[in-house]
Design a protein around this ligand. Structure first.
Ligand SMILES: Cc1ncc(C[n+]2csc(CCOP(=O)(O)OP(=O)(O)O)c2C)c(N)n1
Length: 513
C-alpha cells in the first residue's frame, strides 16, 4: 500500500468524509488513492481560496473537519485568506499539501517553496511527513489536532516520494479531547460579579452563541439584568423566532463605544475582548469603557454552555424565561434597496432552518436585528475580515447540510475574490440562493477614508470604483452554470427569492443597489 493510500484510509476511519481539492502533480498518488478507496466525496474548487472557504463552511455546519488537498507552497498560499478566516472562527480543518519529493527539493524546481513557512502562518498544527510507515499516524495526529477544542487548522505536508512509497500502514483514529470545564472558583467569582448589581454584560462567542448557550445567557440576563452582546462577526449563531435575540458589536468604533458605555463589568464567554477592526487616529483600540473590569468566564476552548447553565441556576434564574420579541416585524417592503428594509423582507421569506452566510459588508449593516423574527436559522459570517468568504462558505455549508436551504449574501467587490465557487455549486447541484449586492463600488473604503480624517480624491475614486466596465453578475453566473436574474427593487427581490426557494439547486439574484 502506498503512503497516500494509508493516509486516505486513516482519514476516512477518522470520520473525514469530504475532500475539497485543487490537486497537481505532487498529489497524483492521493488522486489515485481516492479512486481506489471508497467513501470520500471529492469536490473540485477552481481556486484554492474557494477550496479552503468551502472547507470552512462545511466544518462550521457539520461540526467536524473536511480535508483539503492543495498543491505545494503556492497552492497553499492561494488558499490562505480563507484559511485565515477559518482560523479566526476556530474552524477545525485538515489540510493535506503535496510537495516536492525529498530528493528533488535540493534541485530547486519551479514549485519549490517554503511550504512549512507558509503553513505556519495560518496553522495551529503543522508537520511534514518524513516516512511512508508513519504518514498515516501523521494523518491521525492531524485530525486529532484539528478536533482539539475549540477547533484548529492542522496542515500536513507530504513530499511526493512519501506519498508514492510502498509500505504504508493505516493508523487507528485517535480520541478527541472534550472541552475542559470552567473551574468552580471562576464560576463563583463571576456569579458574585453578577450579583453586585453593577452594570454588567455577557460578551458571547463560539459555543455560547448556540441555541443552548444563548438560552442560558438569557436566563442569567433575566435574573441579574446583565446585558448580552456578540462580536461584530460571528462564526455561527442560532437566530430567528424562538431564539434569544442578541445583537453584535457595531463595526463603526464610535457606535460600538456607545453600546458598551457605562458598563462596569464585561464577562467574556468564549470570546476575546471586543476591539476595533482597525486603529483610527484618536480612537481607542479596546471597545470597553476604561473603568470596566474584564472577567473571563470561559475561554474559547472551554465548555461555555455548561458554565452558563451552572451560572443561570446559581443566580436562581427560572428554568423557562419567555423570550420577548425584539426587532422589526417581518414584511415585504417595496422600493429601492435599504439594508433594514431588505432584512425585513428576507425575514418574511426565509425558509425554516435555513443557513445564511453573510459577507454583505456595508449592505448588511442594519440587517441583523431585522432577522430576529425570521424563521429559525443559522447565521454565519466572515470572522477574519479577509473578503470573499460567503460564496465558498455557503458552498461548503450546502455540502454539509443537503436538506437545508443555504442563502449566500455577498457584496459584489468581495464576491469577485471567489466567484468560482458558483461553478462548484453548479457542478455539485447545491441548494444555494446567492444574492449579490451590486453597488459597483468598494463603498466601505470611502467610509474608512473619512474615518481616518482624509478626503477622497482621484486615486480613491479610481481604486474604490468597480464600474467602467460594470460587472454583469447574471452573465458571470451563467458562464459557470448557475441561472441568475437581476432585480432593482425589494418587491422584485421578494418575488424572485420566493420562487428560488421553491426549487432546488443554485440560483443567483443580482440586486442592483
Ligand atoms: C483579502 C482582502 N483584500 C482586501 C481587503 C480590503 N477591503 C475591505 S472591504 C473592501 C471592499 C469591499 O467592497 P464590497 O465587497 O463591494 O462591499 P461594499 O463596501 O460596497 O459594501 C476591500 C477591498 C480585505 N479586507 N481583504
Amino acid at each position: 500500500m502506498t503512503g497516500a493510500e494509508s493516509l486516505i484510509r486513516t482519514l476516512l476511519a477518522s470520520d473525514i468524509g469530504v475532500c475539497f481539492a485543487n490537486p497537481g502533480t505532487t498529489e497524483m498518488q492521493f488522486v489515485v488513492a481516492l479512486d481506489k478507496v471508497e467513501g470520500m466525496r471529492c469536490i473540485l474548487g477552481m481556486a484554492e481560496t474557494v477550496v479552503t472557504g468551502c472547507a470552512d463552511g462545511y466544518a462550521r455546519m457539520a461540526e467536524k473537519p473536511a480535508m483539503t488537498l492543495l498543491h505545494c507552497g503556492p497552492g497553499f498560499a492561494n488558499g490562505m485568506a480563507n484559511l485565515h478566516n477559518a482560523r479566526r472562527a476556530n474552524t477545525p480543518m485538515v489540510n493535506i499539501v503535496g510537495d516536492q519529493a525529498t530528493y528533488h527539493r535540493p534541485f530547486d524546481a519551479p514549485l519549490t517553496a517554503d511550504t512549512e513557512g507558509l503553513a505556519r502562518a495560518v496553522s495551529h498544527w503543522i508537520r511534514t511527513s518524513g516516512s511512508v510507515k508513519l504518514i498515516a499516524t501523521d494523518g491521525a495526529d492531524a485530525v486529532q489536532a484539528a478536533r482539539t477544542p475549540p477547533g484548529q487548522i492542522a496542515t500536513l505536508i507530504v513530499p511526493a516520494d512519501i506519498a508514492w512509497g510502498e509500505g504504508g500502514v493505516p493508523a487507528a483514529p485517535l480520541a478527541t479531547s472534550p472541552r475542559p470545564q470552567v473551574e468552580p472558583e471562576v464560576l463563583r467569582t463571576v456569579s458574585q460579579v453578577l450579583r453586585s448589581a453593577e452594570p454588567a454584560m455577557l460578551f458571547l462567542n463560539g459555543q455560547a452563541l448556540s441555541e443552548a448557550g444563548l438560552f442560558a445567557s438569557h436566563r442569567i440576563s433575566h435574573a441579574t439584568g446583565a446585558k448580552l452582546l456578540g462580536p461584530t462577526h460571528v462564526p455561527r449563531m442560532a437566530q430567528g423566532r424562538g431564539r434569544v435575540p442578541v445583537n453584535r458589536v457595531p463595526y463603526v468604533v464610535d457606535t460600538a463605544l456607545q453600546v458598551l458605555a457605562g458598563l462596569k463589568h464585561l464577562i467574556l464567554v468564549g470570546a476575546k475582548p471586543p476591539v476595533g477592526f482597525f486603529a483610527y487616529p484618536g480612537k481607542p483600540s479596546l471597545i470597553a469603557p476604561k473603568d470596566c473590569v474584564i472577567h473571563v468566564l470561559a475561554h474559547p476552548e472551554q465548555d461555555a454552555v455548561a458554565a452558563l447553565q451552572w451560572l443561570a441556576d446559581e443566580v436562581n434564574a427560572p428554568r423557562l424565561v419567555p423570550i420577548k420579541e425584539e426587532g422589526p416585524k417581518p414584511c415585504i417592503v417595496k422600493g429601492p434597496f435599504d439594508s433594514k428594509a431588505f432584512g425585513m423582507t428576507l425575514s418574511a421569506l426565509l425558509p425554516e432552518n435555513a443557513i445564511v452566510c453573510d459577507n454583505m459588508v456595508t449592505s448588511g449593516r442594519a440587517i441583523f436585528p431585522a432577522m430576529f423574527n425570521a424563521a429559525p436559522h443559522d447565521w454565519i459570517q466572515n470572522t477574519g475580515g479577509a473578503i470573499g468568504h460567503a460564496f465558498p462558505c455557503a458552498t461548503g455549508a450546502a455540502v454539509a447540510c443537503p436538506d437545508r436551504k443555504v442563502v449566500c449574501l455577498q457584496a459584489d467587490g468581495a464576491g469577485m475574490f471567489t466567484l468560482q465557487a458558483l461553478w462548484t455549486q453548479a457542478r455539485e447541484k447545491l441548494d444555494v440562493v446567492n444574492v449579490i449586492f451590486a453597488n459597483r463600488v468598494y463603498k466601505i473604503l470611502y467610509g474608512e477614508l473619512l474615518a481616518m480624517g482624509l478626503e477622497p480624491g482621484r486615486a480613491s475614486d479610481t481604486l474604490f470604483d468597480l464600474g467602467r466596465p460594470d460587472l454583469d453578475w447574471v452573465a458571470l453566473a451563467r458562464g459557470m452554470g448557475v441561472e441568475g436574474v437581476c432585480v432593482e427593487t425589494l418587491e422584485g427581490f421578494a418575488d424572485l427569492f420566493r420562487s428560488a426557494c421553491g426549487r432546488r439547486g443554485p440560483f443567483l439574484i443580482e440586486f442592483q443597489i
